[in-house]
Design a protein. Structure first.
Length: 385
């Protein structure tokens, strides 16, 4: 059935029933983050050996995929699919030449792919792939895709009739290695960077097309430093299982972190992934011992009386947090602990955030200035300031 036929059927059903669905684009959660990298084998090994992810599936020449290698990794509810070109003529190789390592697809689990795509089409979204089935001996997956900022896409996935490891033409794969225990349980949120002046257009896109609501907005002095500024807005699915902060640069004295990302990534894209952990102290200790570098936090952050008064009592002494460079923030719902890695690839683009929530639904607004100043210090070292 084509998108237009689905639209017509939905219109007829709505007229007969005399009502419309409260949520024409229901999103159940994140299905996967699909990466394009220069070396999928090595990147997947890195995510296993350092971040404690488990290899569960594989696609490549041995499975009939002559275009690229793909490794499916899990950590709790989080799923990464790491892809790298096998054929030099692959579109993945072209994407990597432009953007470097990064996330090409933020795939979403939906209960009705056809309904979501039909609604997206009526709202003017670019449909990259129409709804279709892919099947093997493990069942059928229905999928489609729409475009979002830059070269990023959202693949919509209904795998309710499928029991395989990921998708058809993927085989189960595991590898024994000396890896840390699971360090994170889920993806908390994915942050996208968009070009100057595009913020409101993409917020409107998520509101209209995906039915997301506006969760937070950060502008002006809240997140500006002496030298650079940006604007950030957060959109979230109705169940809040999927949250997308969106950043755009603002005019400042010098190049902002968003400007640097856009320059080196070659346009808009996913800037960082927040990984939810139950024990951020132990996770940071493990990652640091395995060579992961984090953005340093100055000692003055922890000695600030206003910080101590604002955060109150948290589960770890301030000294323990300071020793690891972990930031803390509190809102009306509780508090959170967070820390940010340096870029994980050759380009100063994609990085990870580790976050441990204790009631707070926020994103650490009280830490924004400290974070951005830390990023600016790293920018200055790279000569991109």
């Amino acid at each position: 059935m084509s998108v237009q036929e689905t639209v017509n059927d939905l219109d007829q059903s709505t007229q007969l029933l005399g009502l419309a669905s409260a949520d024409p684009f229901p999103v159940s959660g994140l299905d996967a983050l699909v990466w394009i990298v220069g070396n999928a084998l090595q990147t997947s090994h890195y995510f296993q050996a350092v971040y404690g992810m488990e290899l569960v599936g594989y696609s490549g020449p041995e499975t009939g995929n002559r275009d690229h290698h793909a490794y499916v990794l899990r950590s709790g509810a989080a799923r990464f699919v790491v892809t790298g070109a096998y054929d030099p003529a692959s579109a993945l190789a072209d994407h990597h030449r432009r953007h470097g390592d990064g996330i090409v697809d933020i795939a979403l689990t939906v209960p009705d792919v056809d309904r979501c795509i039909a609604h997206a089409a009526t709202q003017g979204a670019t449909v990259l792939t129409e709804p279709h089935d892919v099947s093997d001996e493990y069942g059928t997956v229905r999928t489609a895709a729409i475009a979002t900022y830059g070269d990023t896409r959202h693949t919509l996935v209904d795998r309710s009739r499928y029991t395989g490891v990921y998708l058809p033409r993927y085989t189960p794969r595991s590898r024994r290695m000396s890896a840390p225990k699971r360090l994170f349980q889920a993806v908390d949120h994915v942050v996208g960077n968009v070009e100057l002046g595009a913020m409101d257009r993409w917020v409107d896109f998520y509101n209209r097309v995906l039915g997301f609501t506006n969760m937070a907005e950060f502008v002006g002095d809240d997140i500006a430093t002496e030298y650079s500024a940006l604007m950030s807005k957060v959109v979230a699915s109705g169940n809040h299982r999927v949250k997308f902060p969106l950043n755009e640069p603002a005019v400042g004295k010098k190049k902002s972190q968003i400007d640097e990302y856009l320059e080196f990534y070659g346009g808009p894209g996913a800037q960082h992934v927040a990984l939810a952990t139950n024990d951020i102290l132990a996770t940071v200790d493990t990652l640091r011992a395995l060579g992961v570098e984090f953005l340093p936090t100055p000692g003055s952050y922890y000695s600030d009386p206003a910080l101590r008064a604002r955060i109150g009592t948290v589960r770890a002494p301030i000294g323990e947090l300071q020793q690891r460079g972990i930031l803390v923030d509190r809102d009306e719902d509780g508090y959170l602990l967070q820390i940010f890695t340096k870029p994980i690839g050759d380009r100063p683009t994609v990085f990870f955030e580790l976050i441990e929530r204790h009631g707070s639904l926020g994103f650490g607004i009280g830490n924004f200035k400290a974070l951005f100043e830390a990023i600016e210090r790293e920018q200055a070292k790279r000569g991109n300031f």
